[in-house]
Ligand binder design. Structure first.
Ligand code: B12
Length: 311
């Protein structure tokens, strides 16, 4: 069987042209104009990183694209991915966990779908199995380490293809909440959508959130809580923080099962997300990805927006 193209990481302009349904000269021009970053081989040929092409595809700006030519045809359903991931997490099979995460991304699965429909339900299942006594706590911890390692590997991949001149997003979990995954997933989703991300991670005191927001001045702030935030005093402080963020003309979004329904109501509409797709939706509305390339010359704006990494 032919190897999927994504396993090679780099694509030729001819492969990209075939997959996108455009001429080779158009792809070359997009590269030369900086719309699609590329490297050059010693022989002067342009080589494109699959992740960059997939970013354009995931943005939904390229109708009629033959994604199968990029080797993504064999992407299993999220249901099957979830089952495979759960089994690998429960066995502590970190290599398979990494293969599932990186393979899903390279196959074009949107990261918010990976988060909401694959990773979160797999972790929920692990939580249930632990509660039911089917798993020991060490198995839950080992699974958390395995998925965190895979997500950090994905982060390293995303860093290589980060866009330039990005708006800043900042977030994390409040003090007393040690959960790592929701904010790590939020970070990856935002990076993939072209944001520069400052993830403060778990257990961040609200005073430090406030200081970071003042100093870094992000355009978007997310706060994730996984463990019940029932304390009225903490809720008050969070509401005040939300007000302060808005006074700075930034946008704030809360999410996670730790935010009790009364708090969600007090937040008001649009400030609570049930899933990370809500965060992605908000991020896209605040900072749309570069416009869909036209056939022929890309708009001047796009040329200024990205610097080609061509040598
Ligand atoms: C792994 C885990 C831990 C690990 C975390 C390790 C780590 N460093 O990350 C450890 C061992 C630390 C842990 C400890 C505890 N845990 Co725990 N844990 C879990 C478990 C199994 C998975 C959590 C996870 O990572 N999920 C994956 C994420 C991606 O999914 P998610 O949290 O559901 O997030 C989704 C949405 O909520 C939303 N979302 C989340 N954040 C955000 C943010 C924004 C902006 C938006 C828009 C959306 C959004 O989108 C996400 C993706 O769909 C859950 C089980 C479960 N059902 O979730 C229990 C769970 C969260 N833990 C629970 C409990 C009770 C505890 C402990 C109190 C246990 C104890 N007695 O000590 C402690 C508390 C520790 C603390 N204060 O932090 C309960 C929480 C109940 C509650 N609502 O309060 C759960 C639900 C298990 C259960 N069924 O009882 N836990």
């Amino acid at each position: 069987m032919a190897q999927p193209l994504w396993s090679t990481k780099y694509l030729s302009t001819a492969q990209v042209a075939q997959a996108l349904g455009v001429g080779v000269s158009t792809v070359k021009r997009w590269v030369d104009e900086g719309l699609l970053p590329a490297n050059r081989t010693p022989g002067g040929h342009r080589k494109l990183l699959l992740a960059d092409v997939l970013r354009l595809l995931r943005s939904g700006q390229l109708p009629g694209v033959d994604i199968t030519a990029l080797g993504a045809a064999d992407l299993p359903s999220t249901e099957r991915l979830r089952r495979r991931l759960t089994e690998a997490l429960e066995r502590g099979d970190a290599r398979t966990v990494q293969r599932i995460v990186l393979g899903s991304y390279r196959s074009g699965l949107a990261l918010e779908v990976l988060a909401d429909e694959v990773v979160a339900p797999a972790m929920h299942q692990i939580g249930h199995d632990w509660e039911a006594g089917r798993l020991d706590v060490y198995e839950e911890h080992r699974g958390t380490q395995a998925i965190a390692a895979a997500l950090f590997a994905l982060k390293a991949l995303l860093e290589k293809t980060a866009l330039r001149s990005m708006p800043v997003a900042l977030g994390g979990a409040p003090e007393g909440d040690w959960t790592l995954l929701p904010s790590l997933l939020a970070e990856l989703i935002l990076m993939d959508l072209g944001w520069k991300v400052v993830n403060l991670g778990p257990n961040t005191p609200l005073a430090s959130f406030r200081k970071a927001i003042t100093e870094i001045r992000p355009k978007l702030v997310w706060i994730s809580a996984s463990h019940g935030l029932e304390s009225p005093a903490v809720q008050e402080q969070l509401l005040r923080l939300a007000e302060e963020v808005e006074q700075r003309r930034s946008t704030v979004i809360f999410g996670g099962r730790g935010f009790v329904p009364e708090f969600q109501q007090r937040l008001g509409p649009g400030k609570f997300g049930r899933c990370l797709a809500d965060l992605a939706h908000l991020a896209k509305s605040l900072h749309p990805l570069p416009a869909r390339p036209r056939r022929g010359r890309p708009p001047k704006k796009a040329r200024r927006r990205r610097n080609p990494s061509t040598s």
